[in-house]
Design a protein around this ligand. Sequence first.
Ligand code: ZN
Length: 244
Amino acid sequence: MTNLPRVTVWNEYRHEKLHAEVAAIYPAGIHEALASHLRSQGVAVCTATLDEPEHGLTQEALAETDVLIWWGHMAHAEVQDEIVDRVYRRVLDGMGLIVLHSGHFSKIFRKLMGASCDLKWREVGERERIWVVEPGHPIAEGLGEYFEIPHTEMYGERFDIPAPDTLVFISWFQGGEVFRSGCCFHRGRGKIFYFRPGHETYPIYHQPEVLRVITNAVRWAAPVAGPPVRFGHVPRPRELLRTP
Ligand code: ZN
């Protein structure tokens, strides 16, 4: 890969077409809000959406993607299993995957986690404080001890995921719940980051701290060069051929 990772931002892109209040916040779609910020940081970005052929995630598109960002909510079931398997194989092969907000229930995230990924939720526009619990982690670079989102949907524990390899953020909500908001996983050669913020009716993907985390996560999740991975039967070493 190149020094600057090639990113594809995938968005289900339904709420923006169906709900005027969402379109007012994201007139060109959530994917374009994220893509334009990443482009301003010098990252090469493509976008893909559910209603494109193969959901915009062709073999060629994925082969040229170092990090895939995933936003989905109301149409998880419409994502074809064949495309999910294709993304899954690319992650095991080293492609980074950043799953945002309601993507916790996407087919690809549940397949990679091997768990229900269920959680509690409430939508009353309450305040969220996101605490950095791993301050030396590259995804937390440039942040303070915490940052706040003034109005958001609450997600609460239990979040039914395997224990993350690294937990970077824990959220507190005004109603008292807590949530593991920034979770790192490894699957095969691929790195996965789940990041909670992003309900579609709030301007969360215009907030600088949130965009900073996503940009940091792109850098973290990008593939690194390394030795090939081989599996299967291994020939007997020469030394053992001589043993009686
Ligand atoms: Zn939501």
